[in-house]
Design a protein around this ligand. Sequence first.
Ligand SMILES: NC(=O)c1ccc[n+]([C@@H]2O[C@H](COP(=O)([O-])OP(=O)(O)OC[C@H]3O[C@@H](n4cnc5c(N)ncnc54)[C@H](OP(=O)(O)O)[C@@H]3O)[C@@H](O)[C@H]2O)c1
Length: 337
Amino acid sequence: MSDPQQRRILLARQPSGPLSADDFLLDTTPVPDPGPGQTLCRNLLLSIDPAARAWMSGPTYRDQLEVGEVIAGYTLAEVVRSDVDELAPGTIVATQGGWQEYALVDTTTLRPISGRGSLEDRVSVLGVTGLTAYFGLVRVGRPEAGQTVVVSAAAGATGSVVGQLARTLGCRVVGVCGSRAKADFLRDELHFDAVVDHHTDDLRAALAAACPDGVDVYFDNVAGRVLTSVLPLMNTHGVIVSCGSVSAYDGEQPASLRALPGLIVTRRLRMEGFLVHDFEDEWEQGEEFLAAELESGRLTSVHDVYDGLERAPEALIDLLAGGNIGKRLVRIASEEG
Ligand SMILES: NC(=O)c1ccc[n+]([C@@H]2O[C@H](COP(=O)([O-])OP(=O)(O)OC[C@H]3O[C@@H](n4cnc5c(N)ncnc54)[C@H](OP(=O)(O)O)[C@@H]3O)[C@@H](O)[C@H]2O)c1
C-alpha cells in the first residue's frame, strides 16, 4: 500500500515587488512519521499573516524563508500521533504548522489552548492576533480614558481588536483603513468614533479633522504614508506603538521619516516596537481577559475565511491588497474529518 500523501505550499522563487501566484508551488509529499520528541499534527485552520511576505524578503525576528521551504504560518491543529500522554489524538493545539496539511512539531513547543470560543476565535481574537492587540495597546501604548487613539489597518485582524479595546478603555478611537466598506463596518458595527481612508489625497488634513484634540496613542500596523501623516498630529508625550509595517512588506518604497527625530524631541514622544512573543509568559492572562471581553459581548470577533489549502496564496495576495475585513484564515480541514 502506498504512503499517505499530503499537500503543502512552498516558496517557488524569491518574490520581487507585489506577490503573485507564481511565487508559490503546490506540492505533494508523503505524510511524515514522528520521531522521538515529535508530534504529528493535522492542520485545521491557517492564520494568514502579512508578515509572511516580509519573511520572504530577508531575516526579521525569524530567519528568511528560502526558496523550496514550506511557507511558515500559525495554525490550529489536531494531534494525530504523539508520545506524550497529554497530547491524545484529537487534542487541539496552537502551533506554527505552516502552509501544509500535516506538520511535524517539536512536542515541547506545543501550546495547550483553552476551550473557549470557536475554533476561528482561538486562532484570531483569542490567539496571537488578539494578544498582539491587547499587549501592544495596554502594555506598550497605555492609553488613558478620554485620550485619542488612532489605529491603522483598523478593519484588519489586529486593528479591529485594538480599536474595540481602546473604546472599552474610554478612549476616542479613530480608525485608518482603505475602503468605504471597511469604513462603514468600523463606524456601524464596531462603533469607532471616526474613520479616515488612507487613499485620501490630503491624508494629514483628513486625520486632523478626525482628531481635533490631536493624537495621544498611534497604534501603527502599516508605517509608510499613514505614519508620516499621523506624526505631526502627535500630542506632547504621545506614544507610537510600532506593531508592524505592512506598507513596506510588498515592495512599496518606505516613506521618508525626516521629521521624526525633531518631533520625538520637541513633543517628547515615545516610539516603541514590540513583539507579541515578548509577553509569552503572560499570554494565559491575556487570553483570559480577551475571552471575558468576547463572552461579555464587548468584543466582536470578525473572521474572513477562505476554504482549501490551495487558496492560501490567493488569501495572502488579497490581504496585502487590503481585501480582508477582520482575521483572514484558511480552513485546511474540519475537526471531524
Ligand atoms: N508585533 C507583533 O508581534 C505582531 C504580531 C502580529 C501582527 N503584527 C503586525 O500587525 C499588522 C497587522 O497584521 P494583521 O495580521 O492584523 O493584518 P490585517 O490588518 O488583517 O491585514 C493587513 C491590512 O493592511 C492594510 N494595508 C496593506 N497595505 C497597506 C498600505 N500600503 N497602507 C496602509 N494599509 C495597508 C490593508 O488594509 P486597508 O484596506 O486598510 O489598506 C490590509 O487589510 C502587521 O504589520 C503585522 O505584521 C505584529
